[in-house]
Design a protein around this ligand. Structure first.
Ligand SMILES: CC(C)(COP(=O)(O)OP(=O)(O)OC[C@H]1O[C@@H](n2cnc3c(N)ncnc32)[C@H](O)[C@@H]1OP(=O)(O)O)[C@@H](O)C(=O)NCCC(=O)NCCS
Length: 319
């Protein structure tokens, strides 16, 4: 697919080292790493003993780290302790945590010794993201990390769905941030003007409830940005121009939305899986937005190609 090829080619030109900490634990990650090294897609960092890896990993573009023997453990523990002492973390606990791949990887990112992290083929979302949320934090101008999905299909305009993986029940302010961040992502990666629909079971005041109020309030906040954002609207009003003409006349988004913002994680997660199963879209992601350094969480059902693509998107997120 054209967009996927574009992402891979663009990523190849970005300099950066991506940590893939699960290569020894998971054959798909191992093979994805081999492919990336062979195709010269990125420099990588893997965790394990040198003997865990075959000859293809023994190149200048791959760094193998045996965490238990790493000289930076003391430094990382003391830094983590300073970062988290106010949350009750003790130095002894910090020393234990930096021995775990997820925390060690985040400390490398924190110290600028790597540029991105891709994990989650084996680890749960919570175990992958919690250390990053605690240590890497958000970009200075953002206060919320959000997980979105890029939905692609041959001969169809790409779509972005948000939030589909992290924020369980966002407030109106959080929903507005998800909308703006998703629009920024669409603009930078798809290179087309984003049109953001704030989705609901109601269109432009057709129903009234607290659920609708939240989406209306989020729309009001998000509209203060320079992006084309409109709502609240139903899925058909967002995507079908005939329905849009009857239900939401005059909207600059209705009927031609390419960024769909869901009111909560139930709706977003269910919607992307149905779109993929019933309409044949390929779901690329989850892609995490707004981390201070790129961290992406793989789906545990991911394929080798999806791991490669996620690493490429991670490279595009390097500033
Ligand atoms: C990821 C997740 C586990 C984090 O929750 P948690 O472990 O309970 O962590 P907390 O709520 O204590 O937050 C930990 C830190 O992350 C921060 N944080 C949590 N969510 C955040 C977000 N969306 N953006 C920015 N920071 C966030 C908190 O502010 C906190 O920071 P602090 O400790 O410095 O104060 C939780 O959001 C979650 O379970 N989300 C759903 C994920 C899921 O199951 N997805 C399945 C579909 S793929």
């Amino acid at each position: 697919m054209e967009l996927i090829e574009k992402i891979i080619n663009k990523a190849k030109k970005v300099k950066g080292k991506i940590i893939l900490p699960e290569a020894v634990e998971d054959k798909r990650v191992y093979n994805a790493c081999k492919k990336m090294l062979k195709d010269g897609l990125t420099e990588i960092i893997v965790f394990g003993k040198v003997d865990d890896f075959d000859q293809d990993f023994k190149t200048k573009t791959c760094t193998i780290i045996e965490i238990e023997k790493d000289a930076r453990l003391e430094q990382f523990a003391s830094q983590l302790y300073k970062l988290r002492a106010h949350k009750g973390l003790t130095l002894a606990q910090a020393k234990q945590l930096v021995l775990t791949p997820a925390y060690f990887a985040c400390m490398m990112l924190y110290n600028g010794e790597a540029d991105g992290l891709v994990a989650g083929a084996v680890w749960t979302t919570a175990n992958t993201l919690r250390p990053a949320l605690q240590i890497i934090k958000t970009k200075p101008n953002k206060s919320l990390v959000t997980g979105i999905m890029l939905m692609v299909k041959e001969n169809c305009a790409p779509l972005v769905y948000g939030d589909i993986s992290l924020n369980v029940n966002p407030t109106a302010e959080e929903l507005a941030q998800i909308a703006i961040s998703s629009a920024e992502f669409y603009k930078s990666v798809v290179s087309t003007k984003p049109r953001v629909a704030m989705l609901s079971y109601s269109t432009n005041g057709s129903a009234k409830s607290e659920l609708v109020d939240k989406v209306r309030e989020a729309t009001k906040i998000a509209k203060q940005s320079n992006y084309l954002i409109d709502g609240e609207m139903q899925g058909d009003a967002a995507l079908d121009s005939t329905v849009a003409k009857t239900k939401f006349k005059g909207s600059s988004v209705a009927g031609k939305a390419n960024v769909l913002i869901f009111p909560d994680l139930d709706a977003g997660n269910i919607a992307y899986k149905l779109t993929s199963r019933l309409a044949g879209y390929t779901a690329v992601g989850p892609i995490m937005l707004n981390f201070n350094k790129p961290v992406n969480d793989l789906s545990r059902g991911c394929t080798e190609d999806e791991i490669v693509l996620t690493a490429c998107i991670t490279k595009l997120q390097i500033k």
